[in-house]
Ligand binder design. Structure first.
Ligand SMILES: O=C(O)c1ccc[n+]([C@@H]2O[C@H](COP(=O)([O-])O)[C@@H](O)[C@H]2O)c1
Ligand SMILES: Cc1cc2nc[nH]c2cc1C
Length: 356
């Protein structure tokens, strides 16, 4: 197989249908509900029409939560509120229905799919359908070494692409994207700082388990060192993911790009999905047209990335737990916009009187 070039996605990704968007806007103008009275739900419904190439918009019937999981070597530095190499515990809790995303998904009737791209645990600990995709056991300590080899990076991106194809082929009409990791916000913040040309201190946040000041300083130093390693490979997205990303981040990037190729809309969650989306935008500038920012988490790097992609987050409730939770909370809003756009009746025009 020839080496994957993420820039090739640029020719494969089309824009959502702008003619359909105009038809949806015209239909909206004919509704009895006053213009603007549904706020952002109008633009959401019109965006869905363009993505589906359908007026009226089709209801979201088969949404699915897709979570890429991995461990990150940098967590050994004490930059995460969780123990290094323990992401499999988060995965288990999710599979057992005992994590935030699992509770909400059960209540909302949305299936959850977990894909192990780079967990650092004995494969016996998890079900085969989760671990069989694993590209490598844990990703490298990005402050001093590459996250993975270029071959592993390519395999991870192809894994994400294959999962996107499976979802699109099985009729998933909207993906709620998330991540399960320990240490993942460090490579995510590094990627965003590298692509936005900013300093470590500007992007370093407190992470999911709210780290203390000393841990914040360690995280900031790790990102600073990783940024030095990122700069020479900024022009090549695959090399960038190999140097300072991770197997789960590379898989998420491949997933996002192939979802756009397949015209499957995706709701992003937090800083990790935002970082992968930003890498995807570098490869294919039209790709973000297919994505929605479910929420803003308060991580400075996420805010920066969403701003770069001109994505306007739907919710702001400080949900930093990851695992797609914030994106899943936004799903009812997206479903509501589809229902309103499709089901509200058009005005009945007054019968024209024939006076002349
Ligand atoms: O999205 C955010 O803003 C966010 C901030 C901190 C943590 N998280 C979640 O927590 C996971 C691990 O974060 P950390 O602090 O160990 O790098 C990561 O995979 C995210 O799902 C998410
Ligand atoms: C209006 C709108 C524009 C977008 N551009 C990219 N994603 C989007 C989502 C919405 C809802």
């Amino acid at each position: 197989m020839s080496r994957l070039n993420l820039d090739d996605f640029s020719d494969l990704i089309e824009r959502p249908d702008s003619g359909m968007r105009r038809d949806a806007e015209e239909r909206r103008e004919r509704l009895a509900v006053p213009p603007g009275a549904l706020g952002r739900l109008d633009e959401l419904g019109e965006w869905l029409s363009a993505a589906q190439a359908s007026v009226p918009v089709k209801a979201i019937e088969q949404p699915r939560v897709v979570l890429f999981a991995g461990d990150h070597g940098v967590a050994e530095l004490g930059v995460s509120g969780r123990e290094s190499g323990s992401a499999h515990e988060l995965v288990r809790a999710t599979l057992e229905g005992a994590s935030p995303v699992a509770v909400l998904a059960r209540r909302m009737g949305v299936p959850v799919r977990v894909v192990d791209a780079g967990l650092d645990c004995d494969p016996e600990l998890l079900p085969d359908e989760v671990v069989r995709h694993r590209v490598r056991r844990g990703s490298g300590r990005i402050d001093i070494e590459d996250a993975m080899t270029i071959e592993e990076t390519e395999a991870a991106v192809r894994l994400g692409m294959a999962i996107a194809d499976e979802e699109a082929d099985s009729g998933t009409d909207l993906v709620v994207l998330g991540d399960l990791s320990v240490g993942g916000t460090t490579p995510a913040s590094t990627l965003i700082a590298a692509l936005c040309g900013t300093d470590a201190s500007v992007v370093t946040g407190r992470g999911g388990a709210s780290i203390d000041d000393l841990a914040w300083m360690r995280k900031c130093a790790a990102i600073r060192d990783a940024l030095r390693r990122a700069r020479p490979v900024l022009g090549d997205q695959l090399e960038l993911l190999a140097a300072v990303g991770g197997a789960d981040l590379a898989a998420t990037t491949g997933f996002l790009l192939q979802s756009a190729v397949r015209r499957m809309p995706v709701v992003l969650d937090g800083v990790v999905s935002a970082a992968c989306a930003l890498v995807g935008q570098r490869a294919a500038f039209r790709a973000p047209d297919w994505w929605l920012a479910g929420q803003v988490t308060g991580e400075p790097a996420q805010t920066k990335a969403l701003d770069r992609m001109a994505l306007n987050p739907l919710l702001d409730h400080g949900v930093t737990v990851g695992e797609g939770t914030g994106a899943l909370l936004a799903l009812p809003l997206v479903q509501a916009s589809a229902a309103l756009a499709a089901e509200l009746p058009e005005r009945t025009e007054p019968v024209e009187s024939d006076t002349d």
